[in-house]
Design a protein around this ligand. Structure first.
Ligand code: GLY
Length: 371
């Protein structure tokens, strides 16, 4: 097992990564408990796969378990399910000194984390992320929240978990497409700040995809180390944490254009967005033209979506996509902000990116897309 510390004073916590962590969850969680009971919130799909094992592991340590399974899918991250989850936790008589467990992917982690933040003005919660995306990104760093009619993640709170248990065995139950979507966030870490990690992914990424446990452990651990370092230095995204949004300005526009549907999963949009961010960086003379080619070659090698051409169905044109970027919550004072790169592993925050360069990159991508 590998352990990564998120250092945040008296809110510091560990991310433990390894095989068999759900089977050991009772022993891992017991030191946090003031009384031997927990409330677990999950979704119906994850409940079928992993809730019996988690419940057995907790009960083996004498911990009483109650559980709630919400419907799966992004649509669950709304006011209605926030109310349902929070009222259920109150019905379970969860008190301020108790611990709530979030078992699932990013939707469950964000929703249950937010519910824990507002329940009795804040109770501790443990993240048990079951998707690759949640293990390497959303379970670490304390961003919690829900979606509203006005947009994604516009209502929420920073509420750090007390512990994260990332059991890499559960990745074996993921459909290949979901695994690869999470891999989009893994690649992002190499591209934003660790060229040697990207070199390693180019070599061992295919083994990771095929199920190599050592490769999965190393990829999740390095990703979490990078995220933990950034969050420890900039918890509330005043500066450096914005680097984690590499690829996300393009991604958010593409997700909106495809209606947050099955046409484009979040991590797929991140991967395409990273490739476009490197195209934009090269066009602005910041990095060599070989860098975006290398990014695209690796994504293609992994069997991932690489470009606008890989998104099925109609897309609006470049101007409409740029207008969708303008609605992004990370726009400051109406200026478009991008994460650009001076090379692989050398990302930085760029304010005031010229709109015509963004349009040229998108126009070029549309030219590569068959009509
Ligand atoms: N997923 C981006 C962040 O946690 O800041």
């Amino acid at each position: 097992m590998n352990t990564v510390a998120v250092v945040l004073g008296d809110r510091s916590y560990e991310v433990r990564i390894g095989p068999g962590l759900i089977a050991r969850a009772g022993a891992e969680i017991t030191p946090l408990l003031r009384r031997k009971r927990v409330a677990v919130v999950t979704d119906e799909s994850v409940a079928t796969l992993h809730l019996p094992a988690l419940t057995a592991a907790l009960e083996a340590e004498g911990i009483a378990v109650s559980s709630l399974a919400l419907p799966p899918g992004e649509g669950t991250k709304n006011w209605e399910n926030l109310a349902r989850c929070t009222e259920w936790l109150l019905e379970q008589k969860v008190e301020r000194r108790d611990v709530v467990l979030a078992l699932g992917g990013g939707v469950i982690g964000d929703l249950v984390g937010f519910s824990s933040a507002i329940l009795r003005r804040g109770v501790r919660f443990v993240q048990l992320p079951t998707s690759l995306l949640a293990q390497v990104d959303s379970s670490v760093g304390g961003k919690t929240g829900i979606n509203t009619a006005q947009g994604k993640n516009l209502v929420g709170a920073f509420h750090q978990p007390a512990l994260v248990l990332a059991d890499i065995d559960v990745l074996a139950t993921l459909p290949d497409r979901d695994l690869l979507s999470g891999y989009g966030e893994v690649v992002k870490y190499g591209l934003l700040g660790d060229a040697a990690f990207f070199d390693w992914l180019e070599r061992d990424g295919p083994a990771l995809r095929a199920g190599d446990a050592a490769a999965r452990l190393r990829a999740v651990t390095r990703s979490v180390e990078m995220k933990a370092g950034i969050v420890s230095r900039d918890e509330t995204e005043e500066g450096e944490r914005a680097l984690l949004n590499l690829g996300h300005t393009f991604c958010h526009a593409l997700e909106k254009a495809t209606g947050y549907s099955d046409r484009l999963l979040h991590g797929e949009g991140v991967a395409i967005g990273c490739a476009l961010a490197f195209e934009l960086s090269a066009r602005l003379g910041l990095c060599s033209q070989e860098d975006p080619s290398r990014v695209r070659a690796h994504l293609a090698d992994m069997g991932m979506k690489v470009d606008l051409a890989d998104i099925p169905g109609d897309l609006p044109g470049s101007d409409a996509l740029i207008a969708l970027m303008g609605q992004d919550k990370k726009v400051i004072d109406g200026r478009l902000r991008f994460i650009l790169a001076r090379g692989i592993g050398q990302a930085f925050v760029a304010e005031d990116v010229p709109g015509d360069a963004v349009k040229a990159v998108l126009d070029e991508a549309f030219r590569r897309r068959p009509r």
